[in-house]
Ligand binder design. Sequence first.
Ligand code: ASP
Ligand code: MG
Length: 430
Amino acid sequence: MALIVQKYGGTSVGDATRIKRVAKRIVETAASGAKVCVVVSAMGDTTDELVELAAKVTDREHEREMDMLLTAGERISMALLSMAIMDLGRDAISFTGSQAGIVTDTAHGKAKIIEVRARRVLEALEQGKIVIVAGFQGVSTEFDVTTLGRGGSDTTAVALAAALDADVCEIYTDVEGVYTADPRLVPGARKLHAVSYEEMLELSASGAKVLMVRSVEYARNYGVLVHVRSSFSGNEGTWVREEDIRMEQAIISGIAHDKSEAKITLVAVPDHPGIAARVFRPLADAGINIDMIVQNASHDGSTDIFFTCPKSDLQRAEPVLEQIREQIGAAGVETDPDIAKISLVGAGMKTHPGVAADMFDALAEAGINIEIISTSSIRISCVVRAGEVEKAVQAIHDKFELSDEAVLREEHPETATGQLKALRVDGSNS
Ligand code: ASP
Ligand code: MG
């Protein structure tokens, strides 16, 4: 008998009507003969509202109590959904993260799942019940309630799918799947049929909101087949899975953008051994996530170091940076929140030359200045002015003709776009 894990995001369970509609969908899945374990997010903007409420009560950080507060959101949706399912004549039971055996470390607000003790969920499924689990939460090794970080219900779903050895983990959301670019920025963005774990990791880490990064890591590590699809339609969405030949042939999967980072410049840093370590060690110790790093060529024994970090880390970073500046004798620290990072991702990049050049061409033709560049084997990222993000994404999307069915590589590519040929990816080409 098939076992399916379904996760419904906040929009999908945003009000009573939607909860009833989701309940119907779940009952239909169960009626087809599958065992169904459902993970829910909090209704609509509940989590944001709870965060705002806390801010009205206190200025201080109360990590443990904050997790107590935020986990209430998912408790509401799980109970209501369970009731709605029972009203449709199916047996259901809801569990908190703790009851479902989601065991985490003790890092409040960003806890990592270290084990899933799925016995209780399995037993309920065996008894023919539909199981509803609160997403985004667990219980720590110290027996405290924890949360997994914003968007964490995705991770709960994938972790449960792995523990239950589910056939598929369906992530229901308010878009039809994973797109070649954010459809709100690029009207011609195309829904992808499938992306590899590696590509999805790069897309999520580069700002694509559709799946939380950690859920993709988890899916890759445990080989969980993920299907991202809309809760508002019956359409097939996007499959996230092991790379196959077809994916390798498509040079580019998509473009992600991220406006959540800031650029920091350490001005006129003395250029001698050990400086980079003295800059980045204290930042690491302060838990600041550094992303891109660039060091200029040195002139007269000093150089500028640029890097990016989340804007949300800036407040914590600033005093640390000031200390670093004094210690190493740099001339100054400048922070610039007005940047955006545009990332082009595709597994075919590994074997296909010229992709970076084409991306830079697209930006040059659009008159957009590139401030920082970084790459991985399947990603190229450029930092540009925040105000130019829309133009930049559109220009790159056009350059690589991502609106077309799929851009596949011909057998002997000489140049990047020169030899591209649009082919269908539904198998007719293979
Ligand atoms: N409710 C949590 C959030 O808003 C978790 C989730 O939706 O995945 O971040
Ligand atoms: Mg989400």
